[in-house]
Design a protein around this ligand. Structure first.
Ligand SMILES: [Zn+2]
Length: 259
């Protein structure tokens, strides 16, 4: 059995979110406009309309359920990790990491609450509604433009997925870090999990391509030499790779190995 890692696609299901937000937006807009000669006229400000829409989206059952499932999923990965480590003789208790896990995920959950969604989407949505209505566009034209923004680029789903993945990663990395802290004398290296993209940092590319994802203690100096000046967080060392990772915004996971 390998150390369980996060599978991005299993963390959260964002499948219906774009359509849901679009439906809610159109509904809220139509509640607040008069249609005169097939053209729209607002009876409330775009700020009120968008805020109301995002509140409805956030309160929608499917969104709430999906966030609840997300929390269950990351707890499951977390428990599998504990089991895996225990099987290999590495044991930590909930009291060692519970508080850290809560701190780790709180920030990311705030991106997924009503305020978080509002901060990210209020402005662009208002701009679209405002400019279409004052240009005298029809309901269909407004809907098409909203759809282009929300659905075609998967703006909302991508945002929610990304925040969820970052939160899940921070949550489970706490366990990898606590194991590393407690058994640092036994840890001989890390397995690096996660894919490369075109813009991956040189140090991440080096670890995946040259080191084949196995980072041994003796590799650290050459990795550090590449990483310094390429976004390495100050104070990063071999011993805190699970939480510091290889640079700001690094989405790789580092799970400790004992040979
Ligand atoms: Zn990385």
């Amino acid at each position: 059995m390998d150390n369980p890692s996060l599978n991005e696609n299993d963390i959260i299901n964002t499948g219906s979110f774009d359509g849901l937000l679009l439906d809610i937006l159109m509904e809220s807009i139509l509640e607040n406009v008069n249609i005169v000669n097939k053209k729209l006229q607002l009876s409330d400000t775009t700020d009120v309309i968008v805020k109301k829409s995002l509140k409805r989206f956030f309160s929608a059952k499917s969104y709430k359920n999906s966030i609840a499932d997300f929390l269950i999923n990351i707890d499951e990965v977390s428990n599998l990790k504990l089991k895996y480590y225990k099987k290999n003789g590495l044991i930590i208790n909930k009291s060692d990491y519970g508080a850290n896990q809560r701190i780790a995920i709180d920030e990311h959950l705030s991106y997924l609450n009503e305020n978080g969604l509002n901060n990210r989407f209020n402005q662009p949505l208002r701009r679209i509604i405002y400019s279409n209505i004052y240009a005298g566009k029809s309901q269909n034209e407004l809907e098409t433009e909203l759809k282009t923004f929300v659905s075609k680029k998967e703006t909302l789903s991508r945002y929610i997925k990304q925040a969820a993945i970052q939160g899940a990663d921070a949550y489970t990395a706490v366990i990898d870090q606590k194991i590393t802290d407690k058994y640092i004398d036994k840890i001989t290296g890390y397995t690096m999990v996660g894919s490369l993209i075109e813009t991956s940092s040189p140090q991440c590319k080096f670890c995946v391509e040259k080191l084949k994802r196995k980072i041994k203690k003796e590799d650290w100096n050459s990795i550090k030499a590449i990483a310094t000046g390429n976004g390495l967080i100050e104070g990063t060392d071999f011993k805190n790779l699970p939480t510091n990772k290889l640079h700001w915004g690094c989405r790789h996971q580092f799970t400790p190995i004992i040979d």
